[in-house]
Design a protein around this ligand. Structure first.
Ligand SMILES: [Zn+2]
Length: 606
């Protein structure tokens, strides 16, 4: 009996459902997720697609650096010959320009493709009947309106397939592949926007009646507004043209990067332009590695510039005061400069006295608090002291990824007690075996971005904003994390105590005396460094800011194999500061521009 009732109930439910669907069909009611249930012949499904335009990249002054637009090609079939003299004449090119431009592009069985400007394309199109074998082609592609800032702009993977294919075949190329995509890669999702498709059902009068498939919402590609100053960037690249190293300049109040050089460099269009495969091969194979984004991916010992960090931390930990004096005792560590004993921190920074800073860090590491009863376990105390040092130093954004808007950066390195325990055994190390930390040598490694950021922290008296290139995406601001203030563990009063010494370094008798801008009324604060290099000439560094009293620009410079920092890196930074703050270079420093390109100022009678 029961089973018969169940069957009846099931039949009733099916009947009711069928009736419901029939009513929906009749009334043409849209059903969520199913579109509208309709007879096929009444409505027509349509599809409207919207392809977003890739956003542009603009600099600080709204000059366009990269845009998607038309590109023009001259195409000549394989084996095709043409009257090149006449072509050169028509396009207003010098004699033999066509042969010169096409010499690397000729391949058997492949058509020759040569880039043209819009005007050349137009001119040739009007005369096309005279060149029967010639083809002209127009297509849409990414264009770079600048020859500078290649590691910043980078490339979108979709546009760089030939380069990525070439890179894949080389061990070093595979290293570059995932690292040098720049802003085009980092912001790819925002730049390219999202494809939109609408799926309306239209009646005979073209009136929409719901949809027949899920719509995707169209978002146009966003423009990126950079903080980069192209004029300053071009100037900085020119100074570093024949050098290896980096220059990073940023605005301390915001963390916005003003110029960013990784030298040697290349033309940003090389990576994606058709017909430049040979140049790409040369870049991939070059010994001096132009494709290595040095300021983000190369972490190296900072040298004496790091004395500033050690001084700030020692002041905070109470290991020294600004009035502490130490003898220039060369039995501890050698001092490259001849100078009177430093009676306080300001003089020590001015002379960059190695023995002074040896004793500063020794006070930190071997410190025994007065409150402790003797005898004390010195090994345990050393661990505690070095751990405190490490914790404070790391709060400067060191030994960590800063979070800059590039596809990859290095974290650098700051040693911890555990690091030394692992290598030398617990209690197997003393200050005597780690003292090179006091002068920024040994295991410490900083990237160029971190070098500049440390200066921003000093300029701001204790805090920083993550260095970044994009100050606004579309009409909005930068990414939210670039607006967060990061504070160090050192009080602002101790940063103020560093500045007189940093200013003194650029005054008479200081290590960077040469690089002062007093003649144009700009006071510079900074610190030089010379990094020992076992494989060749020492590397030169300088990091500082200007104006000292109200900093607007921070500059970090690192020049490989350039010797003493005060004679190459410091003048280089001074030129960048002067260019940014005044717009031009005073006559007396104009000649530095050439000297810096090929050597330091030693022996030039500066
Ligand atoms: Zn000394």
């Amino acid at each position: 009996m029961l089973s018969a009732n169940r069957k009846k109930l099931a039949a009733l439910i099916i009947l009711l459902l069928a009736g419901f669907v029939l009513v929906l069909w009749w009334r043409r009611v849209p059903v969520p997720g199913m579109g509208v249930i309709l007879p096929h012949d009444t409505y027509t499904p349509k599809r409207e697609a919207f392809w977003p335009h890739r956003g542009r990249i603009l600099d600080r002054n709204d000059s366009v650096l990269a845009y998607t637009g038309p590109r023009y090609l001259l195409v000549l079939p394989p084996g095709g010959r043409l009257d090149s003299t006449r072509l050169n004449r028509l396009l207003g090119w010098p004699d033999s320009a066509f042969e010169y431009r096409s010499r690397d592009l000729r391949r058997r069985e492949l058509p020759l493709q040569l880039d043209l400007t819009a005007a050349e394309y137009d001119l040739l199109r009007r005369h096309q009947s005279e060149w029967p074998r010639l083809r002209l082609r127009q297509y849409t592609a990414r264009n770079y309106a600048t020859h500078v800032a290649a590691p910043v702009l980078g490339y979108a993977y979709a546009n760089a397939q030939p380069f990525l294919y070439q890179a894949q075949r080389l061990a070093r190329g595979r290293f570059y592949r995932r690292r040098n995509g720049g802003l085009e890669t980092y912001y790819n999702g925002l730049l390219k926007g999202t494809f939109g498709a609408y799926h309306p059902l239209l009646d005979v009068l073209n009136q929409p009646h719901g949809t027949w498939a899920t719509d995707t919402i169209y978002h146009p590609g966003q423009d990126l507004h950079l903080s980069l100053d192209t004029e300053l960037q071009a100037y900085a690249e020119r100074i570093m043209r024949e050098r290896k190293g980096y220059i990073v300049a940023l605005e301390p109040a915001t963390g916005e990067i003003l110029c960013y050089v990784s030298a040697p460099t290349y033309d940003p269009a090389t990576i994606t332009m058709p017909g430049r495969g040979r140049e790409r091969s040369a870049l991939l194979l070059a010994e001096d590695m132009p494709l290595l984004n040095r300021a983000a991916l190369q972490a190296s010992p900072p040298g004496s510039v790091f004395k500033l960090v050690n001084a700030a931390v020692a002041l905070q930990l109470g290991s020294i005061t600004a009035d502490t004096g130490f003898r220039c005792d060369q039995s501890l560590i050698n001092c490259v400069h001849e100078h009177p004993n430093a009676r306080n921190l300001t003089q020590a920074l001015k002379y960059s006295c190695n023995p002074y800073f040896y004793q500063v860090l020794r006070n930190v590491v071997n410190n025994v608090p007065d409150s402790l009863a003797q005898p004390v376990d010195t090994c345990a105390q050393r661990h505690l002291n070095l751990a405190a040092w490490t914790r404070h130093v790391k709060s400067f954004g060191l030994d960590t990824l800063l979070g800059v808007d590039l596809p990859q950066e290095r974290p650098g390195f700051i040693p911890t007690p555990a690091y030394y325990d692992k290598r030398r055994g617990r209690c197997g190390w003393t200050y005597g075996s780690i003292y090179s930390l006091s002068i920024g040598q040994g295991e410490i490694n900083l990237t160029g971005l971190q070098m500049a950021n440390v200066q921003a922290i000093i300029a701001n008296r204790g805090y920083y904003y993550i260095p970044h290139f994009v100050r606004s995406v579309g009409t909005g601001g930068p990414l939210p994390r670039f607006r967060e203030q990061h504070r160090t563990l050192v009080d602002s009063v101790h940063f103020a105590e560093l500045i007189p010494g940093m200013v003194a370094a650029l005054r008479r008798g200081g290590t960077a005396e040469l690089a002062n801008l007093d003649d144009v009324g700009i006071s510079v604060a900074g610190k030089t460094g010379t990094v020992q290099n076992d494989e060749g000439d020492d590397h030169a560094t300088f990091a500082g800011f200007a104006p000292a009293e109200k900093p607007k620009i921070v500059v970090a410079v690192y020049i490989e194999n350039a010797g003493f920092g005060g004679l190459s890196a410091a003048p280089c930074a001074a030129l960048i500061m002067e260019k940014y703050l005044r717009g031009n270079i005073a006559k007396k420093r104009k000649r530095w521009e050439n000297w810096l390109r090929c050597g330091d100022l030693a022996g030039q009678g500066h």
